[in-house]
Write a protein that binds this ligand. Structure first.
Ligand code: ZN
Ligand code: ZN
Length: 142
């Protein structure tokens, strides 16, 4: 199956930050506690995109953490409206993780991976065909 090239632009809730990405796009879910807290939901829904294919307009505020595996991780969000926008890590210099909620409806492919499934609530249901990672992050590949 030939990969389809896609261009998408998304914005935070107030519009101060926009992010344009070039595909083909994939989407991954992460249920780690950091992702839950940062997004305020059961999981982060993120698009790993090569940094060369991402264009950010505006200035996301950055919040640095160290994850359970000792890796530095930077959360990027809008300081005005609080939307989760774009994350990065110095351990994965080729990729940004863009939060899918900023993009228009009906533009995002189904998830291919769910990491930290160990944290999933009893009522959560795995999406068909996903790769399941009980604990580790699987975010190093685009
Ligand atoms: Zn905003
Ligand atoms: Zn996570």
């Amino acid at each position: 199956m030939a990969a389809t090239s896609t261009e998408l632009t998304g914005t935070c809730l107030c519009g101060a930050i926009s992010v344009a990405v070039k595909g083909p796009l994939t989407m991954k879910m992460c249920h780690c506690m950091d992702c839950r807290k940062f997004t305020g939901t059961n999981a982060a829904y993120i698009l790993p995109v090569a940094r060369t294919d991402v264009r950010v307009t505006g200035s996301p505020k950055q919040f640095w953490t160290v994850s359970d595996n000792g890796k530095k991780y930077c959360r990027g969000f809008c300081a005005e409206c609080g939307s989760s926008v774009i994350d990065e890590s110095p351990h994965y210099e080729a990729v940004y993780w863009v939060h899918m909620g900023i993009f228009p409806a009906h533009t995002i492919p189904p998830p291919i991976e769910e990491s930290f499934w160990v944290n999933a609530e009893s009522w959560e249901i795995l999406h068909p065909g996903v790769r399941v990672l009980e604990r580790q992050e699987g975010q190093d590949d685009v």
